[in-house]
Design a protein around this ligand. Sequence first.
Ligand SMILES: Cc1ncc(COP(=O)(O)O)c(C=O)c1O
Length: 383
Amino acid sequence: MQPAIYLDNSATTPVLPGIAAVMHKMLVENYGNPSSLHGLGIAAEKALAHARRQVAGLIGARPAEIYFTSGGTEANNWAVWGISRARRRQGKHIITTAVEHSSLLAACRRLEAEGYEVTYLPVDSRGVIRPADLEAALREDTILVSVMSVNNETGALQPVGEVARLVHSKSRAVLHVDHIQGYGKIPLNCQKVGIDLLSLSAHKIHGPKGTGALYIKEGLRLEPLLVGGEQEAGRRAGTENTAGIAAFGLAAELAAAHMEERVARMREIKIELATRLLESIPGARINGPPPEEGAPHILNVSFPGVRAEVLVHMLEQRGVYVSTGSACHSRKQEASHVLKALHLERWRLEGAIRISLGALNTPDEVTPAVEAIKECVTELWAL
Ligand SMILES: Cc1ncc(COP(=O)(O)O)c(C=O)c1O
């Protein structure tokens, strides 16, 4: 059997060996509780401080503005819920987009059930919001605008700079950006752009699952989600996941150091994959932005007369791993809310697979991946 070709990096990435080694060391040697006063505690606290600098570096943040969480979901939940509580007296209106990750949308829906009003901005056929829609939606009582930088299903890039300009010039709202798919791929400087809150997750950049961070701009009031101990400057209680955090730090440092070369390679592979799939499979269609326009690592494509979940399993038999839509709801039978927001025809919703790249993919995987997809689609057409 061929070695596996892993093309599901937007679901999660393999932990790089050097990063796993850092985790191991933290678990068995530097295992102190950062709150302990003795040397082991101080060593663990130092590892946290180091990771905070590493994670902050990539987004133009100060280390003190990074708050570690249990992942991207907690960061998104915290941003939405924390602002709803901190700004309760200012208003109860939130603006987000129809294509956010479920961890952001579900947090909004919970607030709607409590009487908050949420505006979901529509997207165009590429999956991108129109700044004019945002401008029209901003109100006196808007407390939060939350827009992702990179969509996890289509790779569409939102105009975050334009969003920030509008939010700050036309309202008193706070701007939150889910940068989980963009971190290490799309440069974004929180200070320069004017971002107040930004979510990150380690496992999309070859770090471990269950570790993430929320950037909170200095001075911004945000109600804590988790209460108890005084960890994370008293804003996020719970003994820190020191191994995960130290590993996240190294993953961020490596992502920063290799960003240019990784992004160039991923984009080359993505464009080659898209070109060859469109050329060799009649009727194949890209969902979302044209390949050269979107994020360098995500390609969403549909094949006529093919059900995505069947194709995913057939490809797995050939050692090629892809996703249907996004991994978070790929076990559900219903079409993804992101692709629905693009108003695609039914066959494209049912047949969409997501191919997503990471730091370990190489151009020589393109030919076997395209051949495998072609074979499977042809087999399905012959049934
Ligand atoms: C855009 C986006 N936001 C949030 C999340 C959730 O992050 P985590 O898996 O760390 O909870 C994901 C993960 O798939 C994502 O892609």
